[in-house]
Design a protein around this ligand. Structure first.
Ligand code: ADP
Ligand code: MG
Length: 246
């Protein structure tokens, strides 16, 4: 199996705060890895490193064969990685002044030099796929949170990513909209997308993850198949965390 993400001995600091400690983590092509852990444990920082949104101080990180050097990076790799890695945030981050369809067309046109016709067709196809083909000409503010997050997913998919990163994609949503976003993610996983997902949706993790990783204070303290981690956690930190959230 090919590994899309390879992290070896990664360390990351914010000033004196040691946020990621000797992280070893590989993600295989087609694998769905769900990252869980308490607030402030380093989950966001970990996945932000994967598309170069955060630098790190030491260790190795390779994304789809492109090495990201610690600090001051590797500009060529960074550009390639940004093309190949899609990211979905808690706060949708759509462009408010662009219609839904234009939000999705922008990156393919700018970064991949897609023609207007091709970008338009891709946007329509993806909007149908996430179940909002009829919202194409609206502005983000006219959509519900769940619809906006589905646009954000479609926008990331328009770049034909090799890896998708999700950072608490349903945490800002009203409860009744969580399901529609998780459904889209579930479909993506089924179709073989490689995914790293930070979430507190333990039901989703149990059902969709190939592997669950528990992070405590910047360290991976436990990982395994969902049933192993949820039903029989070995580490006392994991046990304590799960007893609070399950
Ligand atoms: P999580 O996503 O698990 O809640 P984060 O990765 O966001 O955790 O944060 C890990 C730690 O790093 C926390 O202590 C947080 O306060 C700190 N942190 C995150 N981002 C920054 C930043 N830009 N500058 C300084 N400290 C940060
Ligand atoms: Mg976070």
């Amino acid at each position: 199996m090919t590994d899309i993400v390879e992290m070896k001995g990664m360390n990351k600091y914010f000033g004196k705060l040691h946020v990621l400690k000797d992280i070893d983590l590989t993600v295989a092509k087609g694998e769905v890895v769900v990252i869980i852990g308490a607030s402030g444990s380093g989950k966001s920082t970990l996945i932000r490193c994967v598309n170069g949104l955060e630098e790190f101080e030491s260790g190795h990180l390779t994304v789809d064969g492109h090495p990201l050097a610690p600090k001051s990076g590797n500009p060529k790799s960074l550009a390639e990685i940004r093309k190949e890695v899609g990211m979905v945030f808690q706060q949708f981050n759509l462009f408010p002044h662009l219609t839904v369809k234009k939000n999705i067309m922008l990156a393919p046109q700018k970064v991949k030099s897609s023609s207007e016709t091709v970008a338009n067709a891709t946007a329509e196809r993806l909007l149908n796929r996430v179940g909002i083909g009829n919202q194409a000409d609206k502005y983000p503010s006219q959509l519900s949170g769940g619809q906006q997050q589905r646009v954000a997913i479609a926008r990331a998919l328009a770049m034909e990513p090799r890896l998708m990163l999700f950072d608490e994609p349903t945490s800002a949503l009203d409860p009744e909209m969580i399901g529609e976003v998780l459904d889209v993610m579930r479909e993506l996983a089924k179709e073989g997308m490689t995914m790293m997902v930070v979430t507190h949706e333990m039901g989703f993790a149990r059902e969709v993850a190939d592997r669950v990783i528990y992070i405590h204070e910047g360290q991976i303290v436990e990982q395994g198949k969902p049933d192993e981690v949820f039903d029989n956690p070995q580490n006392e930190r994991t046990q304590a965390f799960l007893s609070r959230v399950l």
